[in-house]
Design a protein around this ligand. Sequence first.
Ligand SMILES: Nc1ncnc2c1ncn2[C@@H]1O[C@H](COP(=O)(O)OP(=O)(O)OP(=O)(O)O)[C@@H](O)[C@H]1O
Length: 384
Amino acid sequence: MMPRVIWRWVYWSSRLRCYWPYTVCKNARWGARPMLKVDVSLQRAGFQLQVKHAFSGTGVTAVFGPSGSGKSTLLRVIAGLETQVSGSVQWHTTDWLQGRKQLRAEHRKVAMVFQQPHLFSKKSVMENILYGMPKRGEGVFIHPDEVIKVLGISPLLQRYPSALSGGQQQRVALARALLSQPRLLLLDEPMTGLDYAAKQQILADLKKVQQRFQLPMIFVSHQLDEVVQLADDVVVINQGQVESAGPLQQQVPQLAGHSDGPLSVLELEPVEQVPQQGLQCWRIDGQSLWLPQALEETSAKQRLLVWARDVSLALQPLTASSLSNQLAANVVAVEAARHAAEVIVTLSLGDQQLRALITRASCQRLALAPGVKVMAAFKAAAVH
Ligand SMILES: Nc1ncnc2c1ncn2[C@@H]1O[C@H](COP(=O)(O)OP(=O)(O)OP(=O)(O)O)[C@@H](O)[C@H]1O
C-alpha cells in the first residue's frame, strides 16, 4: 500500500502541473523557460537590419510590419540562412551566432515554413512528411500519427503534390516541418496566396498545433487578422528595426498605426448554446454576442478583431435595426483621430476596451464624455 502522504503528493503536484515526470520531460525537451535573444546587424544595398530583441521561447510571436521592413530577413537570420549577419543569436544557453561564427542551420533544430510549400514533387505526401524526421526514436517527441490526426491529412497521404490544392500543400509542408522535431517553428507568411477558406483552415491548424505540441512559433505576417487570431506577443518591425514589442493587447495601438485605422481586439468566452441560423453565441462582459459560426467548433476563448470605423454608438438600445449585436459600455476617453472631423471613443466592457471612430459632430450631439453610458453596435464578423 502506498502511504497516504505519497498519494497526496502525487495528486497535488499533478494538479499544480509540477509532477516531476511532467517537469522533467518538458524541461528535457524545451529547457526551462527557453528564450531566443537576438542582437544582430545585417547590411544590404539600401537596407540595414538592426534588431535587438528577446523573443519569448513559448507561445506564438508575430513579426508584423510593412513590406520591405525586414521581417523575412529577420526570420532567416534566426534560422541560420543569412551568411552576412553579425552580432549574437542565443537560444536559451546555446549560441547560434556569436560575432560572425554561426551554428549551422541544420544544427539549430529550427523548422521553417515558407510562402511556397517546396514539396518534393516525385514523393508522395507520406514520403514528404517523413522526409526530415530523425531516423530512430531518439529525439522524436512529435509522432507522425498525431500530426496526421491534428492536421487531418490522412486522406492525402498517398497523393502526390501535383494533386493537392495550395492550402493542402501548405498543410503538408507544416506536417513535414513538425516531424523534423524542431524546438522552434518559423513561419514566413504561410497563408500568402491562399483563398479565404484555405487560409482559415491553416489558421485553425496552427492553433491546434500550438495547443497540442506547445511548440514555440515565430510567424511573419502583414495581415492583421492573422496576427490577431494567432499571436500571444507581437514585434512590430519598421525599416529594419524593432519599433515596438509586447503582448498582443498592448500592441493594438501600434498595429492600428500600420493598418486601416483604430481597432480593438475582443476576447470572447464560448457559450454552450446551440447555434441558431448559422450564428453562434459568445459572451463578453456578461453580455451576448451572436456571430457567424467558426469554421471549426471550439470550446476555447476566441479573439475578435473589430475595426473602430464599424462601431456605432447610441444612448439607447437600437430597435428596428439590422445591427443585431449591441453591447452596453461606458465611455472611458475621447481622443482626436487622424482626420480632424473624427474622434476615437474608447469604451470599457468590463476589463476590455472597444474603440469607436465617429464624427466629432456626432460626439458633441450625444454629449459623449468619460462616464457616459452608451450602446455600442457593430456588424457581426466571423470568429475564426
Ligand atoms: N536576397 C536579397 N538580396 C538583396 N536584397 C534583398 C534580398 N532579400 C530581400 N532584400 C531586401 O531587403 C529588405 C528587407 O526585405 P524582407 O524580405 O526581409 O522584407 P519583408 O518585411 O519580409 O517584406 P515583405 O513583407 O514584402 O515580404 C528589402 O529592402 C528587400 O528589397
